[in-house]
Design a protein around this ligand. Structure first.
Ligand code: FE
Length: 134
């Protein structure tokens, strides 16, 4: 069970409609539409729903997919992996372990050192810059 549990009405009230669709209804933003696709600021990507630290900018890379991509999570326990057979595909869903919100999917075609691609939705993330005052 997620550490943070809130009612559906609560999530709706605290997220934008676009964020709610991705985070709580496992939606996917259109490729190249997200604000973090070409983001290069040093910092930490947090869960847009609960604020948990999910990815470090040092693990972000250019996947060419149209979604922000990382080769590893900030900590092994930050995310939860769930088998997903929706839309006629067998995929691995990535959720925030703390609040259970949908973040994106994991694919085995990433770069070294992990060979993994965490394909995330910008709408599910909140970048906190390392640069003071940024
Ligand atoms: Fe979360």
């Amino acid at each position: 069970m997620p550490e943070i549990e809130r009612s559906d009405a609560d999530w709706r009230a605290n997220l934008s409609p676009e964020q709610y669709e991705v985070l709580r209804r496992a939606g996917t933003e259109r490729p190249w539409s997200g604000k973090y696709v070409n983001e290069h600021t040093d910092g930490t990507y947090h869960c847009a729903a609960c604020g948990a630290e999910l990815f470090d900018s040092t693990a972000k890379y250019e996947s060419g997919s149209g979604w922000p991509s990382f080769y590893e999570a900030k900590a092994a326990g930050a995310v939860e992996l769930v088998e997903d057979v929706s839309h006629g595909m067998a995929r691995t869903e990535v959720r925030c372990r703390r609040c259970g919100s949908h973040l994106g999917h994991l694919f085995p075609d990433g770069p070294a050192p992990t060979g993994q691609r965490f394909c995330m939705n910008s709408l599910a993330l909140d970048l906190v810059s390392d640069v003071p005052g940024d």
